[in-house]
Design a protein around this ligand. Structure first.
Ligand SMILES: CCCCCCCCCC/C=C\CCC/C=C/C(=O)SCCNC(=O)CCNC(=O)[C@H](O)C(C)(C)COP(=O)(O)OP(=O)(O)OC[C@H]1O[C@@H](n2cnc3c(N)ncnc32)[C@H](O)[C@@H]1OP(=O)(O)O
Ligand SMILES: Cc1cc2nc3c(=O)[nH]c(=O)nc-3n(C[C@H](O)[C@H](O)[C@H](O)COP(=O)(O)OP(=O)(O)OC[C@H]3O[C@@H](n4cnc5c(N)ncnc54)[C@H](O)[C@@H]3O)c2cc1C
Length: 674
């Protein structure tokens, strides 16, 4: 066993990997964090939050009953929330703790193997107050919410409808006599369903309901609604609320249901930034864009890109470290069993996961900056950039969550049987991230939103009208010839854009053909949706590839030579990987030849070998403390087998030498006495 500086016993294979890494790991950490200052600040926050050991459980969460798990999650949420109000607020550089600090959010992961019951309070309740309230409403609700005097959630989805918001059934009918809204759930399918924290934790929630006033329906609007007594926590009369039961993951989030029986709330509890109901019941539309009430969803879609990049970084750290210590098979009889990381197929599974974590992290920062710019313009009353941003955030949410879930599962495959252990950390990561593909807008549904925008942009390009930045490449779609293949990074990105343009063109052509053949526009669209989803996916891949490449070139401009090389290798790997995944499309829409693709495959395999010596260094650069990884396979010291055994011995099943099941069932059955 090798000793490191701080006297930690480290697995010798991992120590060897670290010794052979040829770039400065800290420099890459700074790139991933967005600069040295951010790294220092993150480390300070992590030290304060994690060094006290408050995040640890006496008994592993996985051995608790559902009720114990929930209560334990509430206990730790309260500890963390108190830390946020006190020590962490100042450190995180926020005036008040809250919604925009990914570091705070990430550090919280050390406290929860699944999720906090407060996730929706911070992730959607507070952002909705910030985004949908008038200044007066905000000054009343925000301090109470930030100080955790009230805890809330976001109840939009119903049993009958999640995707189709306009189809929600809960009603909010204005009564001018009492100046109140009457909330009502007219059917079983109108019951709110899914909101995180609703089951047992929160006492308030944002409710999205169909607004009726003066006998007219004005569509869905948000309301802030008290559902439990602020002192006793008992549900208020007219409220039927509970928890929805066990799920694939999110089992500490007490997702809930909620029904209203003619439940009254004051007029002022409608969130009135975008639309108002006056005392006499007159409806006044304030916003210049009809979809601003969907703003919190857009915010969360942006946040999720960062969220899944972080979780993918965790899974790749676990799988790469484990692959460095795990030895298996004997391809060369005279040599020792190789580390499984030496198998090229293993590198193929894992290095794309590292590169994707980088790509998504950098895209998320870029997306956040674009979002801030859109918000700033909207403050000045200009909503022109919103359609493009909605299209962009929709596809990035869809692709980042779907790719991350797939790659986390691939990391599990890369860990063989031990990856299936809860204690490996990977099942919890997968269960969390696979849900992100569905919530906040399902994958297909969001890609179809992007496709709407692409088709419109294509028609604009056809009419030689100006295009917005993310679709400007569509202007080249009408050259009449196939895009010229060239295997440089810029050449591959141009080919990805040609794919997206080509697929969009096919969709438009097919829809026009179908309409000429007599189909309605809606039916022609529906018949083309498989290809529209593929076009939106191709567009998103072109955006990610272009952004990742540009950002890495910019961020490594002053880096040391070896960091430049390894970062360039990773971006190139990302481009080669996706080109090789899409060979059929490239043959359709570019001049690529069979020989070009055979050469590209060889270049890809050679690139894997070049990255191999730096693999552990690359995941170390994510700088994920053991407390965040929750993994027997991925800890920094690589004591995998020791940790697996330690965890196994903690199982309550091992507390008694003979299980009660023996005398109750096994023995009678074996003795023929059952
Ligand atoms: C310590 C600090 C930590 C804090 C931060 C922690 C964050 C951690 C992350 C996790 C956070 C929370 C966990 C979340 C748990 C899950 C919550 C939820 O799931 S909430 C419910 C979410 N629900 C959805 O997302 C529903 C999806 N459906 C839709 O969005 C819509 O119904 C849609 C878009 C499918 C259709 O809408 P609609 O029918 O109204 O529109 P049309 O299709 O007819 O389109 C008309 C027109 O409008 C455009 N449009 C649609 N949406 C938008 C938008 N949002 N913005 C702008 N424009 C929009 C659309 O494109 C059409 O345009 P057109 O020009 O006509 O083509
Ligand atoms: C863990 C978790 C937490 C959640 N938390 C919350 C919360 O806090 N608050 C809240 O309000 N909601 C929450 N939700 C609900 C979530 O937002 C919805 O489940 C999600 O938006 C998908 O909607 P749906 O369930 O109605 O799916 P559906 O729309 O019924 O989708 C089912 C299938 O139909 C397809 N489909 C639907 N419409 C179309 C279409 N137009 N074209 C093509 N295909 C279509 C979808 O692609 C999908 O394959 C949560 C969900 C989960 C899983």
């Amino acid at each position: 066993m090798t000793q490191t500086n701080n006297n930690m016993t480290v697995n010798p294979d991992l120590a060897m990997e670290r010794a052979k890494c040829n770039f400065n790991v800290l420099e890459v950490t700074h790139i991933f964090d967005g600069g040295e200052r951010n790294t220092l600040q993150r480390k300070k926050i992590e030290d304060v939050a994690l060094n006290s050991g408050a995040s640890k459980d006496a008994l592993g969460e996985e051995h608790m009953s559902p009720k114990e798990k929930y209560e334990n999650a509430v206990r730790k949420s309260c500890i963390y929330a108190t830390m946020m109000k006190n020590e962490l607020a100042e450190l995180s550089g926020l005036e008040s703790f809250g919604v925009s600090s990914p570091v705070i959010r990430r550090t919280a992961d050390a406290f929860f193997k699944e999720v906090s019951p407060f996730l929706l309070h911070l992730g959607m309740f507070v952002p909705t107050i910030m985004g949908q309230c008038t200044p007066e409403q905000q000054s009343y609700w925000l301090p109470r919410a930030l100080d955790m005097q009230i805890i809330g959630t976001y109840a939009q989805t119903e049993l009958g409808h999640g995707t189709f918001i306009r189809g929600l059934e809960t009603t909010a009918t204005y009564d001018p006599e009492t100046e109140e809204f009457v909330l009502h759930s007219p059917t079983l399918s109108s019951y709110k369903w899914w909101a995180g924290g609703l089951g047992k934790t929160v006492n308030y929630c944002i409710v999205v309901a169909q607004l009726y006033t003066k006998g007219e329906c004005h569509g869905t609007h948000p309301f802030i609604v008290q559902i439990r007594d602020e002192d006793t926590h008992v549900p208020l009369p007219g409220i039927k609320v509970g928890e929805i039961g066990p799920k694939m993951g999110f089992n500490t989030a007490d997702n809930g249901f909620l029904g209203f029986d003619h439940y009254r709330i004051p007029r002022e509890h409608m969130l009135m930034k975008n639309a108002q109901v006056l005392k006499d019941g007159t409806y006044v539309k304030v916003a210049r864009h009809g979809k601003l009430t969907y703003g919190t969803m857009v915010f969360v879609r942006v946040v999720l890109v960062n969220e899944v990049a972080f979780n993918l970084a965790k899974a790749s750290t676990i799988a790469v470290r484990y692959s460095a210590i795990r030895r298996q098979s004997k391809p060369k009889p005279d040599e020792v069993e190789p580390q499984i990381l030496d198998y090229v197929t293993q590198q193929h599974k894992l290095f794309i996961a590292i590169a994707t974590a980088h790509a998504l992290q950098l895209c998320s920062t870029w997306l956040w900056e674009s979002f801030s710019a859109v918000l700033a313009q909207m403050k000045g009353g200009n909503t022109d950039t919103l359609p493009e941003f909605h299209a962009l955030s929709s596809c990035l949410k869809a692709i980042s969550t779907s790719d991350s879930a797939h790659l986390i599962e691939q990391c599990r495959h890369a860990c063989g049987g031990h990856g299936y252990m809860i204690s490996s950390g990977i099942p919890n990561l997968y269960n969390f991230v696979s849900a992100t593909r569905t919530y906040e807008g399902d994958y297909t549904v969001l890609l179809l939103q992007t496709a709407r925008f692409l088709v419109k942009a294509y028609e604009q390009a056809e009419a030689k009208k100006p295009l917005t930045p993310t679709v400007s490449y569509l202007a080249h779609a009408f050259s009449g010839s196939r895009a010229t293949w060239d295997n440089s990074p810029d050449g591959i990105i141009r080919s990805f854009q040609a794919l997206a343009a080509g697929k969009t063109a096919v969709c438009v052509t097919n829809m026009r053909k179908r309409m000429r053949a007599g189909l309605s526009q809606v039916d022609a669209w529906e018949m083309s949706t498989i290809q529209l989803v593929a076009a939106a996916e191709a567009h998103c891949r072109a955006v990610i590839a272009d952004t990742y490449r540009k950002e890495i070139v910019r961020l490594t401009a002053n880096s040391s030579p070896n960091v430049k090389v390894v970062m360039d290798q990773l971006t190139t790997l990302y481009l080669y990987y996706w080109a090789l995944e899409r060979t059929g499309d490239l043959l359709m829409f570019t001049s690529v030849s069979q020989k070009d693709l055979v050469d590209l495959q060889i270049a890809y395999e050679e690139l894997l070998l070049k990255i191999r010596p730096n693999a552990v260094g690359l995941v170390d650069a994510f700088d994920l403390r053991d407390e965040l990884l929750h993994s027997t396979l991925g800890s920094y010291d690589g004591r995998v087998y020791e940790r697996l055994m330690e965890e196994a011995l903690k199982s309550p099943m091992n507390k008694e030498p003979v299980s009660d099941a023996y005398s109750k069932y096994l023995r009678p059955m074996m003795k023929g006495k059952l």
